[in-house]
Structure formats: C-alpha cells, structure tokens
Design a protein around this ligand. Structure first.
Ligand SMILES: NC(=O)c1ccc[n+]([C@@H]2O[C@H](COP(=O)([O-])OP(=O)(O)OC[C@H]3O[C@@H](n4cnc5c(N)ncnc54)[C@H](O)[C@@H]3O)[C@@H](O)[C@H]2O)c1
Ligand SMILES: [Zn+2]
Length: 376
C-alpha cells in the first residue's frame, strides 16, 4: 500500500446527521476556518483536560482567536474518573450558565474521555447543542470521536449511562499525537489493529509488515491508518447507527476488555482502555481457537504482533490480578453486550473474519477464563 501525505476527508453518511472527518497533519489550525464557517456570530465552548490544555495551549489560543466568536474554555481533570455524574453535572451547568443555545458550538478537545463526556453534555443542554470533536489521542482519532456514542461510567459498569449524539464535524490533526506518551499511543493502536481483525485482513498485513512503525513515529502511515480506521468505522455506523446489528462487531475484544477495566476499578496505572482491548482481542482469538473456529497460526500472528508493539496480550500482565473467572463473568453480564441475559461475543474464523456470536454458554467462558488465569 503506497502512502501519500495530504489532507483527507471521510464522510459519515447518516442522512440528516451526516458529517465530515478531516484528517491531516496540522489540520487543527486550517480547520479553525471551517468551524468559523459553521459558527458565524455564535459562541464556542472548548472542553478539555488539564494535560491537553498545558501541552496544546497554542491550539486553544488559536481557537480563542477566531474573530467575532465569543469563546469559553472549561477544563476537567485528566483520566477516566472524569466520565462521572459529578463532572457531567459541572460541565452541563457551566454551559447553561454561559447561556449557550442550540446553534452555538461545544468543542471536545482531548481524548476519548473528553469526547464522551462533552458529547453527552452537549446532547443534554437544551436537548442538543451543536458539537465538534478535535480528538487529541490516537484512540480518539480512530475510534471514539466517530460514530456518536457519548456517555459516562456508572459505579456498576463502564459507559452504562449515555446517548447517541453525532458531532457536526471531526478534525483529526495527526500532529497533535506527536506529544502522546508511548503507552497512550500503543493503547490507541489496539483499536487500529481491531479494524484489521474485524474484516480487513489486508490492513492487518500492512500494519504487521511494518506500517505500525510509521504510525508511531509520525510518518505518512499515521494519516493513512487514521483514514482507513475512520472509513471502517463510518461504514459500520452508517449501516447500524444505534447498534441493533453489525455495529456490535466494533466490540471485538471489548466484552473481555471492559470486564478487565472494571476488575482494576478503572485504575489507569494498571490498565488503560486500549490495553484492555489488546488483551480482550487476544482472548477472543484464543477463545475462538478453543471453540475450533480459528487456526493456532492465526492466533499466534495476532498475539505476536500485539507483543511486538508492546501491548499486553495476557491476564497475567495486569499488575495486582483481575479476580476470578466467576467475577470476570459477572462483570461481563453488567456490560451492555448482553441481550436478555445471554452473552454476546465477537468471535472469529480467521484474521479479518470476525462475527457476532450470540448465546455463548457461560460455562464455556468460565472454563476458558480459568485456563487463562492458570496459564503462565
Ligand atoms: N465513544 C466511543 O465510541 C468510544 C470508543 C472507544 C473508546 N471510548 C472511550 O474513550 C476513553 C479512552 O480514550 P483515550 O484513550 O483517548 O483516553 P483519555 O481521554 O483519558 O486520554 C489519555 C491520556 O492522554 C492525555 N492526552 C490526551 N491527548 C494528549 C496529547 N495530544 N498529548 C499528550 N497527552 C495527551 C490525556 O490527558 C489523558 O491523560 C475511554 O473512556 C473509552 O471508554 C469511547
Ligand atoms: Zn474501544
């Protein structure tokens, strides 16, 4: 696959709620003009976290500099803990206090936490204020900023409170990722690999053959991978916006992954979302092998690639343990991926051949997890 460096655009086709994703290096600056076009004489509220504000202050200042637009900024603490009732309430009240109307614009400038929290807040104020995403993590550029899932966590489980609320524009400036800590870059990369493993075997081949190095180092492969990932997600979302069918494929690795995140109490020192997804995808492939669906060679290819980039692939790599097979299964039942009490798993018949498996027997999951917890 040859790669050309230029600004690219992916369209998310959702009838009246369609929007563009602009992808390019330095795009955030040029795209400010686009936001300006969307918001003549309106107000803007940037919601970001302390870390992003400190590192990318110049972009925030540039947004503030847009002529004839009244701009505000609200800053939340970084980390998953901000996807809470408390922060949601504070952000919503802040927007209302500044008298924002539906035609004004709320900008989520940050990672998936900021996008999920801000999008949910924007969906609530006056039943929906316009919302733009400027994602600053790889995970947010390839996944969370696209598709309109917004929300917060409940003490009883992740993302259990939320709404489908589409942005009007997504600006993915890949230069913003140059400052990402390597651990966050890897975590986002897990979601990139996910698209290959769902239904793009040639994309997985390309990543595995070395494109991953360019993604990490800021080569043109980065824009290409963001584009392919956004196209993959946009296509699935256009078919099934509210996850009544195919969209569930995007949960590959997430049924296990979310249970692991809950098992460590969302403690990012022990596990971040993308790491949970990497272990979850490895488990999904090994579970599929145990069920006789996929060859051992394919499982080895997947886990070796994740290992090569430095992502975890085994439960033992999570410091402090993750409880028992039973407690993990209980956590999976709390997750949204349950229909009338039956567990839905994304399993696979090979690299890029994932499918939705309904009615998985809990006993086979328990047996598999017991084996995984014992394995060295
Ligand atoms: N809505 C969806 O469809 C969807 C999909 C996938 C994940 N998610 C959610 O996304 C969240 C994870 O997102 P995330 O991994 O982006 O986490 P995050 O938002 O917590 O960001 C990770 C860390 O990186 C920092 N950071 C962000 N941008 C930076 C930059 N450019 N340079 C340096 N540091 C930077 C942040 O301050 C934070 O500490 C989870 O809550 C997950 O549930 C949502
Ligand atoms: Zn994810």
């Amino acid at each position: 696959m040859s790669v050309e460096l230029r600004t690219q655009c992916v369209h998310v086709n959702l009838a009246g709620r369609s929007y563009d994703i602009k992808i390019g290096r330095g795009e955030a600056y040029s795209a400010l003009q686009e936001i300006k076009k969307l918001a003549p004489k309106s107000r803007m509220m940037i919601v970001t976290d302390e870390t992003v504000l400190k590192i990318h202050n110049a972009t925030v200042v540039a947004i503030f500099g847009i002529e004839n637009v009244e701009t505000y900024c609200y800053v939340v603490p970084p980390g998953e803990a901000s996807k809470s009732w408390t922060q949601l309430g504070v952000v919503v009240e802040h927007i209302i206090e500044k008298k924002f109307e539906r035609g004004d614009i709320i900008i989520a400038f940050g990672g998936g936490v900021i996008g999920d929290l801000t999008g949910f807040a924007a969906s609530m104020v006056r039943r929906g204020v316009r919302f733009v995403q400027i994602p600053t993590t790889l995970l947010a550029q390839v996944d969370s900023s696209v598709g309109g899932k917004t929300g917060i966590n409940s003490p009883q489980g992740k993302n259990l409170i939320g709404a489908f609320y589409q942005p009007i524009l997504v600006l993915a400036d890949t230069a913003l990722l140059d400052t990402l800590p390597i651990r966050e870059m890897r975590a986002g990369y897990a979601e990139v690999v996910k698209y290959g493993l769902i239904d793009k075997p040639e994309f997985f081949d390309w990543l595995e053959a070395g494109a991953w190095k360019g993604i990490f180092s800021g080569g043109p492969e980065r824009e290409e991978a963001v584009r392919i990932s956004c196209e993959a997600k946009a296509a699935i979302v256009a078919r099934d916006e509210t996850e009544t069918g195919d969209r569930a494929l995007l949960n590959l690795g997430h049924t296990f992954g979310h249970a692991l995140e809950q098992a460590v109490n969302y403690d990012s020192k022990r596990l971040v979302h993308g790491e949970g997804v990497a272990i979850g995808m490895s488990l999904a492939h090994r579970f599929s092998h145990k069920l006789g669906l996929i060859s051992g060679q394919d499982v080895t290819r997947v886990t070796k690639h994740l290992d090569d980039v430095g992502l975890p692939t085994r439960l033992q790599q999570i410091k402090g343990g993750v409880g028992t097979a039973d407690s993990l299964l209980q956590a999976m039942y709390q997750d949204k991926k349950v229909t009338r009490g039956k567990l839905n798993f994304i399993l696979t018949k090979g690299i890029g051949k994932s499918f939705i498996a309904r009615d998985i027997e809990p006993s086979s999951v328990i047996e598999f997890l017991k084996h995984e917890l014992r394995a060295d």
